[in-house]
Design a protein around this ligand. Structure first.
Ligand code: SF4
Length: 343
C-alpha cells in the first residue's frame, strides 16, 4: 500500500529561478503536477488515449501514476485532496514562491471546471503567489473557459502556455500531429491579449524525424518569430519557451530513436537558435532545461551521434561544457554567455 508521502513526492516538479518579464527580474517559480492526463483529444474516461504527440510523454506518465497509486482513474475529489497536500509540501520546501506552475499532463482548461475551481480555491487559500501558470491547447482558450478562471483568481495574475511547437502547418498538424490550426492559435492569442493574460508558446527544435540540420534550425527560428514577433501574421504572444525535442523513454519518438531514424538536435544547433532568439527578442524567449519526469533517454550532444541521457552519463567533456553554458544562460538570461566552448 503506497503512502501519501510517495504520491505527493511524485507530484512535485521542484523550484527554479525564472525570469519574470512583467517585472523584469528573476523570481522563484515552483511546479506542482496534477496527474489528470491528456484526454484533450477525446479519449473515453480521460485516462487512455493513443499518444498523438510523439515527443510527449505526459499522457503516459499520468496513466502510469494513476495505475501505480490507484490502479486506475483518480476520482475528482481525490485529485483535489492530492493537490492540496502536494501544494502544501511544495510551498514548504520553496518559501517565497512568486510563480506557481500547475501542470496536469494535458490542458488545464480541459479539466472539469469543478476541479479547476477547487484547485484555484486551494491556491488562493494556501499560497501567497503572484502568478499562476497553466498549459492548454489553443482550442480551449476561449472566453467561456478563461473568464470564470480569471474571476476565481482575482488578483493572482495568469499565464497560459500553448504547445505551438512549430510554425510549419503540415509538420504541426499532420506529422506531430498537434491538431491546432492557425485560426485556433490566433484566436487563443487574441483571447489572452484582450484579458491581460500573459501568453506563451512552446517551440521545439527538430520535433520530428526527417528534418535535416538546416531545415530544423530555419524552422525553429521562423517559429520563434511567429510566436513572439509583431508581424501582421504573427501570434504576438508575450513569451516563447524554446527547447530541442528530446527523447522520452517510450512512445513514437523513442521508437524512431531506437530505430536510428531520429536524433535530437545537436548542442550547436540549439546554440544557434537561442542566440538568434536572444538577439532578436531578448529575455522574452526562455531556454528550457533538457529534463522531464520520467527522465529523457536522449538529449542534445555534439559528440555522440545517438545523443546522451538526461543525467549526462557518458557525456564527453566538451558536451558537459556546452551544457554548462546553457545552464548559465538559464540562470542569467545574459546573451553574452552564449559562446560555444572550445571542442
Ligand atoms: S503535447 Fe499536449 S496535447 Fe500532445 S499529448 Fe502532450 S499533453 Fe497531450
Amino acid at each position: 500500500m503506497s503512502s501519501d508521502l510517495e504520491r505527493i513526492q511524485a507530484l512535485q516538479g521542484g523550484t527554479r529561478r525564472w525570469y519574470y518579464i512583467s517585472e523584469e527580474r528573476f523570481v522563484t517559480a515552483t511546479t506542482v503536477f496534477i496527474p489528470f492526463g491528456c484526454p484533450d483529444w477525446g479519449a473515453p474516461g480521460g485516462v487512455r488515449k493513443p499518444q498523438l504527440c510523439p515527443f510527449c510523454n505526459l499522457p503516459d506518465a499520468a496513466i502510469d501514476y494513476q495505475r501505480k497509486f490507484y490502479g486506475g482513474p483518480i476520482p475528482l475529489k481525490e485529485h483535489v485532496r492530492l493537490f492540496r497536500l502536494t501544494l502544501q509540501a511544495a510551498l514548504e520546501s520553496a518559501p517565497g514562491t512568486h510563480t506557481l506552475n500547475i501542470f496536469n499532463a494535458g490542458s488545464f482548461l480541459y479539466m472539469p471546471f469543478e476541479l479547476q475551481e477547487e484547485v484555484v480555491r486551494a491556491v488562493r487559500e494556501m499560497a501567497d503567489v503572484r502568478r499562476l501558470v497553466i498549459e492548454s491547447r489553443a482550442n480551449f482558450i476561449n472566453p467561456e473557459r478563461v473568464d470564470p478562471l480569471l474571476e476565481f483568481l482575482e488578483t493572482v495574475a495568469l499565464t497560459i502556455r500553448v504547445g505551438v511547437e512549430t510554425k510549419e502547418h503540415h509538420l504541426r498538424t499532420k506529422v506531430l500531429p498537434k491538431g491546432q490550426s492557425v485560426e485556433q492559435l490566433v484566436a487563443a492569442g487574441a483571447c489572452m491579449r484582450q484579458r491581460g493574460v500573459t501568453s506563451g508558446g512552446y517551440v521545439l527544435l527538430k520535433p520530428a524525424p526527417g528534418l535535416n540540420c538546416h531545415e530544423a534550425i530555419a524552422e525553429a527560428k521562423a517559429t520563434i518569430e511567429w510566436v513572439v514577433g509583431s508581424e501582421n501574421d504573427s501570434l504576438g504572444m508575450d513569451e516563447a519557451y524554446f527547447c530541442a525535442a528530446c527523447v522520452p523513454p517510450k512512445g513514437r519518438l523513442f521508437e524512431a530513436w531506437q530505430a536510428g531514424t531520429f536524433q535530437p538536435a545537436t548542442l550547436s544547433m540549439v546554440l544557434e537558435v537561442i542566440r538568434f532568439a536572444a538577439e532578436r527578442f531578448g529575455r522574452r524567449v526562455h531556454l528550457l532545461p533538457f529534463t522531464d519526469v520520467p527522465p529523457f533517454v536522449a538529449i542534445p550532444s555534439n559528440q555522440v551521434a545517438q545523443a546522451i541521457p538526461e543525467d549526462l552519463t557518458g557525456a564527453p567533456g566538451s558536451d558537459l561544457a556546452f551544457h554548462a553554458v546553457f545552464e548559465k544562460y538559464r540562470q542569467t538570461m545574459d546573451k553574452a554567455v552564449l559562446v560555444a566552448p572550445a571542442e
